[in-house]
Design a protein around this ligand. Structure first.
Ligand code: HEM
Length: 485
């Protein structure tokens, strides 16, 4: 029974003393991933904490995390049955449902759809690239307007719109203006979403907080509303698609997903009701992550002007000033990829994955973890593991280059931001392509400078993604604005 299991868990795993009622919730602090890493120094890379009424196992360090997610991939592939997870897309989200045969087929449908509209063949690759280039060009124009007469601005909103437009264009064949009120409201919802599903959110581990007025209950209520509104936005777009759907002409990802779920799978019962949830999964996951990466990239470029100049010199040498950088230039611009990997490692902007759970009893490093245990996976600790990285707290893109200044794949493979194993992100390739193109074109066209009045710290807000707190930059045009791709 659960009680005996919990008792076994209590006996076998090390961890800090847990207070009655709240457990260790008050000790997590503003940045739980840093607290988790500090606790690992005392209790080892696998330990247990208690949040409210849930015992949670926290995994830290490259060796233990890869061992769990890769060698015991099925055992660690579950998701907890948190109340907040059940609210996402009417409980039909592939991201927030647990491991099962049905989930595995659902995930394959989403993977096939992403591939069909990005990397399937040279034509789709070009169409995808074209979409991104159009967005970056518009973004450059907006940045320059916001920088008129040397003004400083925060690029957050514009980056979110640009990244969201790429995934909306793929899903709905439609993009939105940067000032569109409907789109602004949608983006605000996605931003709030991450604050509730990030590891350490109290909504799920203290369900009794829902029974009387308190800040956690109001967060939970607004989480419910924002999920309903976001799902309604997606549902209305899919409905429009259904009206004009023709299986012979698949226009975008929504059409492809409608087509995939048109016939119910008799074994898994994946019905048409899963269509909207799948589209919502792709939009939700694709918006917040890519824009956050770009946000950090701009901050770090402005903070390190010497590195920015070196990157621009390299782009000018490889691409020249008469055309924009393209995906084909990527193998010749290893220092750009090194900068992207170092941004992902250094900021670890998805510090802890979406919470996992164990699908069976499992033993790791001689420690027994029972079935249905909630597991937090501290990606930040992998990227700052002193056994893997020299001076992990220093931002140094060159650590990814070998003696020939080529990208060292053995080292880039040590970065963990897309997780690993059965739950690994399915948008990693399209995410990386987007980040590379935005970054290369923005740098080719503009220089970014920080506001001299600001201390320009790396302060950020915690959630599923870490977002830089308000900082301001200005963009300066480098030479002539290029219109053609
Ligand atoms: C899951 C990172 C972009 C789709 C995840 C997870 C992480 C992640 C850490 C959780 C894995 C786990 O729980 O172990 C990122 C980063 C991105 C990115 C850093 C960009 C830089 C995207 C894009 C898409 C996408 C562009 C799709 C359009 C998904 C989906 C899942 C997921 C569907 C759920 C997988 C599952 O539960 O089986 N991502 N992601 N992601 N991501 Fe991404």
């Amino acid at each position: 029974c659960l009680w005996v299991r919990n008792l076994r868990l209590k006996r076998r795993l090390p961890g800090p003393f847990a207070w009655p009622v709240v457990g260790n919730a008050l000790q997590l602090g503003q940045m739980p991933h840093i607290t988790f890493s500090n606790l690992a120094k005392k209790y080892g890379d696998i330990y247990q904490i208690r949040l409210g009424c849930s015992d949670i196992v926290v995994l830290n360090g490259a060796r233990v995390i890869r061992q769990a997610l890769i060698e015991h991939s099925t055992e660690f592939a579950g998701r907890p049955n948190f109340v907040s997870f059940q609210l996402v897309s009417g409980g039909k989200s592939l991201t927030f449902t647990s491991y099962s045969k049905q989930w595995s087929i659902h995930r394959k449908i989403a993977q096939t759809t992403i591939r069909a509209f990005s990397t399937a063949n040279s034509q789709t690759k070009k169409a995808f690239e074209h979409q991104i280039v159009a967005e970056v060009k518009e973004l450059v124009g907006i940045f320059l307007k916001l920088s008129a007469q040397g003004q400083y601005f925060n690029p957050g909103h514009e980056l979110t719109v640009a990244a969201a437009n790429v995934i909306c264009a793929l899903c709905f064949g439609k993009r939105y203006g940067h000032d569109d009120p409907e789109f602004r409201a949608l983006l605000h919802q996605v931003d709030q979403f991450g604050q509730t599903v990030g590891a350490g959110s109290l909504v799920d581990v203290m369900p009794w907080l829902q029974s009387f007025p308190n800040p956690v209950r109001s967060i939970f209520k607004s989480f419910k509303c924002l999920n309903e509104e976001f799902f309604e936005f997606v549902r209305s777009k899919v409905e429009e698609h259904r009206k004009t759907f023709d299986p012979k002409v698949i226009r975008d990802m929504s059409d492809a997903i409608i087509d995939a779920f048109n016939e119910t799978d008799s074994v898994t019962e994946l019905t048409k009701d899963y269509t909207e949830a799948t589209v919502a999964d792709l939009i939700g996951a694709g918006m917040d992550t890519v824009s956050t990466a770009l946000h950090w990239i701009l901050l770090l470029l402005a903070k390190h002007p010497d590195i920015q100049t070196k990157l621009q010199e390299l782009i000018d040498k490889v691409v020249g000033r008469n055309r924009l950088p393209s995906v084909e230039d990527r193998p010749h611009l290893p220092y750009l990829d090194a900068f992207i990997y170092e941004t992902m490692r250094f900021t670890s902007f998805v510090p802890v994955t979406i919470p996992h759970s164990t699908t069976t009893d499992v033993s790791i490093n001689g420690l027994k973890i029972p079935k249905d245990t909630v597991v937090f996976i501290n990606q930040w600790s992998v990227n700052h593991d002193p056994l893997k990285w020299k001076d992990p707290h220093i931002f140094n893109p060159s650590r990814f280059l070998d003696i020939n200044d080529s990208l060292d794949r053995d080292i880039t493979n040590n970065v963990m931001i897309f997780s690993a194993g059965k739950r690994r992100c399915i948008g990693d390739q399209i995410g990386k392509t987007q980040i590379f193109l935005f970054f290369a074109i923005l740098l080719h066209q503009c220089s970014f400078e920080k506001c001299p009045d600001e201390d320009f710290s790396l302060n950020c807000s915690y959630g599923l993604t870490l977002k830089p707190l308000n900082y301001k930059i200005t963009a300066k045009l480098r030479g002539e604005l290029l219109k053609s791709g």
